[in-house]
Design a protein around this ligand. Structure first.
Ligand SMILES: [Mg+2]
Length: 326
């Protein structure tokens, strides 16, 4: 094909031009590599992709929100380790039918989220594909050490920030599978489109001793808790009534905790630590709402108790392919 609607070389230069850099970026986009000043702390390095029809649909979201979200899902992984995000490189897989203006708006959202988090976008690559895909590799560091998944101990309390299940319920609302009053709809859909990475809370958590075990809730409480249990060689008892549900969640789903347990995309932090701090003291310290949802126990299984039911749960979580495909 000779005529392409977008000149790829020009596109990337144009997209990167407006992104400002901090002092630690010695050379930004435009050369073969970016050049970064070294950090004196342990470095964190992560990558995540957002794929059209798997993680998003363009008719549901603005390009700005999509760009911001693509970075936020990576920021959340840095938050889960208690780190500071520093710099990112972006790979755009672009398909036919998208115009320059779309990418300008995508990068406006991405740039805004990057500035808010103190991240420099230091390079990029563009390739052609069947579906739009945004892949971001994010570099960070851990001035106070990194929180890990393999540090949960028997007797630890299990805590989460914020509320659970909102994003998954927002996705159901977008797909027309759940009805919500206007205010609840706005809130739930907003939680899906514009999640917040808990960077500040993660950095404060990692200063506590002993350092908590932590993970971000990206694939659903059950699946992400499962990663902690597996890596730490422990079990968990979760109390159904203790799961933090937002008023909007309750307005739509009532007391049904299915999505709070299994729905993904909330990007809250799940952490395990000795229960000597109460929920309120932790919330004050971290600057975000905190709920204790259970206890780490011996064994390798998680048990959900409450509502008169006792049942063993397996760790089947959130199947992105199944949930977004038609
Ligand atoms: Mg993660």
């Amino acid at each position: 094909m000779v005529a392409q609607p977008l000149a790829e070389f020009n596109l990337i230069a144009r997209l990167c031009r407006r992104l400002p850099h901090g002092r630690r970026t010695l050379l930004g986009a435009g050369d073969d590599c970016a050049v970064m000043a070294p950090s004196r702390f342990p470095q964190l390095f992560t990558i995540d992709s957002m794929v059209e029809e798997v993680h998003f649909r363009l008719e549901w979201t603005s390009p700005e929100a999509l760009g911001a979200r693509a970075l936020t899902v990576n920021l959340s992984d840095i938050a889960a380790m208690g780190g500071r995000p520093l710099a990112a490189v972006v790979n755009l897989a672009i398909r036919e039918g998208l115009e320059q203006r779309f990418f300008d708006r995508l990068y406006r959202g991405l740039g805004r989220a990057a500035r808010a988090a103190g991240v420099d976008i230091v390079g990029g690559n563009i390739t052609r594909a069947e579906r739009l895909e945004i892949t971001i590799a994010l570099l960070g560091d851990a001035p106070h050490g990194a929180m890990r998944r393999d540090r949960a101990r028997v007797g630890d309390g299990i805590y989460v920030t914020g509320t659970l299940g909102d994003a998954a319920l927002g996705l159901r609302v977008l797909r027309g599978e759940a009805q919500a009053p206007p205010a609840a709809r706005r809130y739930l859909v907003g939680r899906f489109h514009a999640p917040t990475a808990r960077l500040g809370a993660g950095q404060k958590l990692t200063r506590l001793r002993p350092c908590p075990a932590a993970i971000d809730v990206s694939d659903g409480l059950w699946q992400d808790l499962g990663h902690i249990l597996e890596r730490s060689g422990v079990g968990a008892e979760i109390v159904a009534e203790a799961l933090p549900l937002s008023p909007a969640y309750r307005a739509v789903a009532g007391a049904d905790i299915t999505l709070a347990c299994r729905g993904g995309d909330d990007y809250e932090l799940l952490f395990c630590m000795p229960p000597r701090f109460g929920e309120k003291a932790l919330a004050r310290r971290l600057g975000v709402p905190v709920a204790r949802i259970g206890t780490i126990v011996r064994g390798r299984r998680a048990r959900l108790t409450g509502g008169g039911r006792h049942r063993r749960e397996s760790f089947a979580g959130w199947d992105q392919l199944r949930n977004l495909s038609t």
